[in-house]
Design a protein around this ligand. Structure first.
Ligand SMILES: *Cc1c(COP(=O)(O)O)cnc(C)c1O
Length: 425
């Protein structure tokens, strides 16, 4: 296996003689066949092949392959957004009457999806504190629990997941661990190496990295043995009526999970990534390793600056020596590097947080995070405003929390903007 930095550039599309050097965009909804029988075999999943871009498209597949190789996984599927990736990852193995366990320190959109929308589909969630002891977390499991969901680095609170601990708890209960690895990216953490079974991403963040294309991805390690739990996972182990009684785990073995997500969920629900967006995502991936390093270097300088600033009450950045997660970060993250996102609060509280943000000149207020440009957001009044104060605290979000996404501008300009805005607040 080549170095991960090389994989960012070389994995995925590998042109043969006379083919384009750069990944082509297969801007086509459909694909041509010579006989009716050839097409029929595709519909019966007897032969692999492209027939309609709602299910599969070559551009998307080359990019998915690259991401699978970055994560050290077996197979991957691109989705239209990170939300679609989270939904499909869960819905691929849960149905009405099922239950799952999720950490409460979560991206706001995921929290709403799990708490409100999944409930309408008859799927119940129990939120847990990921830092609680294993015996405490164990209490959340029920006979109908189908999976555990968590974020490597929680957005926006910055809590770091002990992946090994959580994978052990999940496996003891015969269920997979799904990890949203958006903030760490495979450059700094590969959850499969610590026992996670499935990884999701909002590629809209660091992977695309330029805030130009929404997208998501689900990567399967291929390690979870679905057929060892026939009754728990009927969707993968019982005949699928919509394919003449095909059984995914039997026919596709370790490819069962991604195949089912492709030929069943994508077929029925859509949410396919557009090939154009997949192309843009691939461009982003080519520099992911360079950008992640600079994001982290800049963020550490900013976090150290904020920590010393008299107007700053607290800073949550796992790269800081003072962080309670510092030890775990050294074990779980490449070179101890995490991401460019910092959470902090001002001594003067929520009101001043708004004043501070409005005083920034270069650092923009946007509903985004993890792209080249430094930006800032106040979760309690923006992304997480639907949450009650109790839910905010459970998600690790103080009402005064400012989420600062440190970009890859020169650090002196980022620090100067913070300095002048802090002086005014
Ligand atoms: C943004 C985000 C999502 C949702 O992704 P979209 O691409 O915006 O749909 C999911 N998880 C995390 C950690 C995120 O930051």
């Amino acid at each position: 296996m080549t170095h991960i930095n090389t994989r960012c550039i070389q994995s995925g599309w590998k042109p043969k003689k006379g083919e384009p050097r750069v990944l082509p965009i297969y801007q086509s909804t459909t694909f041509k066949y010579d006989t009716s029988e050839q097409m029929a075999k595709l519909f019966d999943l007897e032969e692999p092949g492209y027939f309609y871009s709602r299910l599969q498209n070559p551009t998307n597949d080359f990019v998915a392959k690259k991401i699978a190789e970055l994560e050290g996984g077996r197979q991957a599927i691109l989705t239209a957004s990170g939300q679609a990736a989270s939904f499909y990852a869960v819905f691929n193995i849960c149905e009405a009457g099922d239950h799952f366990v999720s950490t409460s320190a979560l991206y706001g959109g995921t929290f709403n999806l799990f708490q409100v929308t999944m409930k309408k589909l008859g799927i119940e969630v129990t939120f847990i504190d990921q830092d609680a002891p294993a015996e405490e977390i164990q209490k959340a499991f029920k006979p109908n629990t189908k999976l555990v969901f968590a974020e490597t680095i929680a957005n926006p609170a910055g809590n770091i997941l002990d992946i090994k601990k959580m994978a052990e708890i999940a496996h003891k209960n015969g269920v997979p661990l799904i990890v949203d690895n958006t903030f760490a990216t495979p450059i700094h953490c590969r959850p499969f190496e610590f026992g996670a079974d499935i990884v999701t991403h909002s590629t809209s963040k660091y992977m695309d990295g330029h805030a130009c294309a929404l997208g998501g991805v689900i990567v399967d390690s291929g390690h979870f043995d679905w057929s060892a739990h026939t009754e728990k996972f009927p969707g993968l182990n019982k005949p699928d009526e919509s394919y003449h009684g095909l059984i995914y785990s039997k026919t596709f073995g370790p490819d069962a999970y991604i195949t089912k997500a492709t030929v069943q969920l994508m077929r029925d629900l859509g949410s396919m990534a557009s090939p154009q967006n997949a192309f843009l995502l691939n461009l982003g991936l080519e520099t992911l390793h360079l950008r992640m390093q600079r994001h982290c270097e800049n963020a550490l300088k900013v976090a150290e600056y904020l920590e010393k600033h008299p107007k700053v009450a607290w800073v949550n950045y796992a790269g800081l020596k003072s962080s309670p997660y510092y030890e775990l970060v050294q074990k779980q993250f490449t070179n101890g590097l995490t991401c460019g996102v910092i959470a902090f609060g001002l001594k003067a509280g929520k009101e001043n947080a708004i004043k501070f943000m409005d005083s920034l000149q270069m650092i923009a207020i946007v509903t985004h995070v993890a792209d080249t440009r430094s930006c800032v957001l106040h979760p309690a009044s923006h992304t997480h405003r639907q949450l009650s104060n109790e839910q905010l605290l459970a998600a690790g979000i103080n009402p005064d929390l400012i989420r600062l996404s440190v970009g890859i501008e020169h650090d002196s300009d980022i620090l100067a903007d913070l300095e002048q805005a802090l002086a005014l607040s």
